[in-house]
Design a protein around this ligand. Structure first.
Ligand SMILES: Nc1ncnc2c1ncn2[C@@H]1O[C@H](COP(=O)(O)OP(=O)(O)OP(=O)(O)O)[C@@H](O)[C@H]1O
Ligand SMILES: [Mg+2]
Length: 453
């Protein structure tokens, strides 16, 4: 690991071709950005709400992301990846507090998620292929989470590939039969694809990978567009993997989180699904994309994925046509949510949102297929035990989740469906595949003026 303070960075969009986007510069605590005139002429809007194309220097005086515009903040790892960089620089005698957002972007360099790259590039340029042993990585990650130091930090930092999120994870190249998992080469070997594999965080259940996998099957059954997912097995352990949608073969695709797009910090802002659907409408100008957003809302609410913060939703840009679309879904799993509430409220309701709030949301956005979407999601959730079985989820863990999500969707289902699911609600236990209280460094403050039931 080498480090040099960065005061000026060139930003590139590495899509179908490499284009210079502009320049970032530090001025005290302020960060200045200026688009390149040729990029302005291209008409490609990489962040149309907060950083529309225009000449001249721009500054985010609100400092939502330490002065970085959201589109660049999206390139920065948070949670696990941030912890690794902090520890890695401390190992070479630099205090983490000395790192500026531009320094962090220089360490992302050409190895980021999405399609943006930064120069000077301080990311590890070693592209030698290494075969990944998932159990060894899980063990290494666990030692880092316990606070231990060592060269393993640099290794994990490289494998993390500047991905965001709380959990330890690696970006990997996976063979079509999913038996070969490697990291390193800049060019995909034939038959391989880009994947991301997740490992449990300190507060996660051992079954968290299988639960997330079962949720991916349930989401697909509900009609949600999901990337391919797979449970990778190593010894007795199983790790959740998801194919990356910001890569198509060797091509990089620009991705922007809802957080970055709206400058809504995922740790402090509590957006409403109404805002998410509005943003989808403005960005994509396509009602089928708004329906996709609504389907995700139904799923997150009814399947109790209450960690539905603004970084768990992204959009993709086609750099040929300039058209935006909602990215496939990710990070869907059972989650009790901060304080037991839905992070993203539904028409103001956070504590106990349900079908009626979802119907209100659909009416507000004039969605004609709302009832069919709601029914499809309810039917998929009613079959939870099938999805849990297909994921090989242990009976106890499956029941813990099923008790919380099945009864509420079968209440309104046909008698035949009711009979098919025998789970009874249990008032005494709390299930959490994703232990948000333990995994998240800071609790998310509630939105001002939120209506509580
Ligand atoms: N299939 C995918 N393709 C491309 N990027 C992805 C994919 N899945 C996740 N990501 C990106 O990686 C980040 C981390 O993934 P994910 O949200 O699954 O991890 P996590 O650690 O469980 O997150 P959290 O902190 O929300 O609990 C996401 O915020 C998103 O930017
Ligand atoms: Mg996430």
């Amino acid at each position: 690991m080498t480090h040099r303070p960065a005061t000026l960075l060139n930003v590139f969009l590495d899509g179908r071709e490499r284009r210079k986007v502009g320049r970032l510069a530090a001025q005290g605590r302020r960060i200045l950005f200026e688009y390149d005139p040729a990029f302005i002429a291209s008409g490609l809007q990489i962040s149309p709400f907060q950083l529309p194309l225009r000449p001249g220097v721009m500054v985010d005086d609100k400092q939502v992301f330490d002065g970085l515009f959201g589109v660049f903040n999206d390139s920065l790892p948070d949670g696990w990846g941030r912890l690794l960089l902090d520890r890695a620089v401390e190992r070479i005698g630099i205090a983490r507090q000395e790192l500026t957002p531009l320094d962090r972007l220089a360490h992302v360099g050409t190895h980021g998620m999405g399609a943006l790259s930064y120069e000077p590039d301080l990311s590890d340029s070693d592209r030698a292929p290494v075969v990944l042993e998932l159990d060894a990585i899980a063990r290494d990650a666990a030692t880092v989470l316990k606070g231990e130091e060592g060269p393993v930090i640099e290794k994990l930092l490289k494998l993390n590939g500047a991905s965001a999120g709380t959990r330890p994870k690696v970006v990997a190249l996976v063979s079509a039969d999913r038996t070969q998992i490697i990291h390193g080469p800049a060019t995909l070997p034939k038959g391989y694809a880009h994947w991301m594999i997740k490992f449990p965080s300190a507060g996660d259940e051992a079954t968290s990978g299988a639960t997330e996998y079962a949720y991916s099957l349930m989401a697909r059954a509900a009609g949600i567009v999901m990337p391919e997912t797979h449970l990778f097995t190593a010894g007795k352990k199983r790790y959740f993997g998801i194919r990356r949608f910001d890569r198509d073969g060797n091509r990089r695709i620009h991705m922007h989180s809802l957080s970055g797009l709206l400058h809504a910090d995922h740790r402090t802002a509590a957006l409403d699904y109404d805002g998410f659907l509005k943003a989808t409408q403005f960005l994509t100008r396509d009602v089928t994309e708004v329906e996709r957003a609504f389907r995700l809302a139904c799923f997150n609410v009814l399947a109790r994925n209450r960690d539905d913060h603004t970084k768990n939703i992204s959009f993709l840009l086609d750099d040929l046509t300039g058209q935006w679309s909602l990215a496939p879904a990710y990070d869907l799993t059972y989650s009790a949510g901060p304080g037991g509430e839905q992070t993203m409220t539904v028409m103001g309701e956070g504590r106990n949102p349900g079908p009626d709030h979802l119907r209100q949301l659909a009416r507000k956005h004039d969605l004609r297929n709302a009832e069919a979407i709601l029914a499809a999601v309810q039917n998929a959730i009613a079959k939870w035990s099938d999805h849990a079985d297909a994921a090989g989820l242990a009976t106890k863990a499956a029941k813990l989740v099923g008790d919380r999500i099945v009864p509420q969707v079968t209440k309104t289902a046909s008698p035949a469906k009711k009979k098919a699911t025998s789970n009874k609600p249990s008032a005494t236990r709390t299930a959490s595949a994703k232990n948000t209280a333990a995994a998240k460094p800071a609790a998310k403050p509630r939105a001002k003026g939120r209506r509580r039931s």
